[in-house]
Design a protein around this ligand. Sequence first.
Ligand SMILES: *[C@@H]1O[C@H](CO)[C@@H](O)[C@H](O)[C@H]1NC(C)=O
Ligand SMILES: *[C@@H]1O[C@H](CO)[C@@H](O)[C@H](O)[C@H]1NC(C)=O
Ligand SMILES: *[C@@H]1O[C@H](CO)[C@@H](O)[C@H](O)[C@H]1NC(C)=O
Ligand SMILES: *[C@@H]1O[C@H](CO)[C@@H](O)[C@H](O)[C@H]1NC(C)=O
Ligand SMILES: *[C@@H]1O[C@H](CO)[C@@H](O)[C@H](O)[C@H]1NC(C)=O
Length: 351
Amino acid sequence: MKPMILSKNRAANMASMTSHSFLILLLLPLLITADKCNKDDKRALISIKSAFNNAYHFASWTSTSACCDWYGVECDPGVPGNSDGSRVTGLYVITDSNVTGPIPPAVGDLPFLTSLRFHKLPNLTGNIPSSITRLTRLSILLLSWNSLSGPIPSFLSQIPSLTDIDLSFNKFSGSIPPELAKLPSIQQFDFSRNRLTGSIPAEFGNFPKSSPPNLFLSHNSLSGDLPVSLGVPEWGRIDLSRNNLTGDASFLFGAGKSTRTIDLSRNEFAFDLSRVTFPVNSTVVDLNHNKLTGSIPAQINQVDPTYFPVFNVSYNRLCGEIPAGPITAMFGVDSYFHNKCLCGSPLPPCK
Ligand SMILES: *[C@@H]1O[C@H](CO)[C@@H](O)[C@H](O)[C@H]1NC(C)=O
Ligand SMILES: *[C@@H]1O[C@H](CO)[C@@H](O)[C@H](O)[C@H]1NC(C)=O
Ligand SMILES: *[C@@H]1O[C@H](CO)[C@@H](O)[C@H](O)[C@H]1NC(C)=O
Ligand SMILES: *[C@@H]1O[C@H](CO)[C@@H](O)[C@H](O)[C@H]1NC(C)=O
Ligand SMILES: *[C@@H]1O[C@H](CO)[C@@H](O)[C@H](O)[C@H]1NC(C)=O
């Protein structure tokens, strides 16, 4: 805005203006922006900067500039409570190994925050501070690719505004808190690439049948049987790959379900695949490296071929002839190999 106003008026004004009033005109936009930032939010941000030992990342966070102009800070002038200056709605600290230590509890002092992102900070350590439960408007909590540890806190269930929790690529341990099933608006959990143990909570079957969150739990050490309650919600995307999960998972499937991605690869699942029907709009069905028995149901060829790039049942204990059809023909040997006695194209003919 500033350059536009100046260029529009420059020719007319320049000549008639004294140097004094011209200076004020130049400073005006600065004075307005300095007003823009709520002072309590600014104080909280300064305290976050100092908790990170004033790392270079925060060089633009100076007391003489408006906090809404600081690197990684987003404001919404439209949110209620802005009579004292715009409120901070987004905080992003991304890709910097000089940002060290735990997440400062002062993040809880930004009450209008809807989005909090700490991403790719390899020296960000410690637990998730409980002060974030004060963020009653928080929708996106993204804490991925850091070195955070400790449990996934059950107190996250006290922030009902949460829609997206991404804690992937950290060192979180312990089990998944069942309380998270109470989050009313959640659309996605990504807890993949951590050190989670225990089983998946049966309460996760209580999500709304037609709009459960996407569930990404791959690369952990989860174990035990899946609770049958998980067969109720129609998961958009469910990725349980690379864990130690056992037993039946056939109830996740069903031709009439809206599920698109089911990745169960590299677990210890053991069920009869013959009993399964595949969601007609599947895009990924990856079952490789399990202990599946039975044969591939002919119904696989009724899946919509438009978006179905991954079908993989390799490294199981399947038998029988691969049912010929448009879907099975789309995949090569490496989708089917290393089974007990699976046969037929693209594998060698059945005897
Ligand atoms: C990190 O700190 C070192 C040493 O102070 C400095 O040379 C480097 O530029 C900093 N990196 C970033 C991304 O700020
Ligand atoms: C950040 O962690 C790396 C190892 O991941 C280490 O080599 C480096 O010294 C750390 N940087 C700081 C500023 O602590
Ligand atoms: C699965 O359990 C076995 C021992 O039962 C263990 O050696 C292995 O590391 C576990 N795998 C994962 C991915 O947790
Ligand atoms: C599959 O996709 C089609 C087209 O988007 C849609 O009309 C249909 O309801 C979907 N089927 C299921 C079971 O979700
Ligand atoms: C299927 O999984 C196996 C085992 O991980 C892998 O070697 C193969 O490339 C995969 N094939 C496809 C088409 O995804």
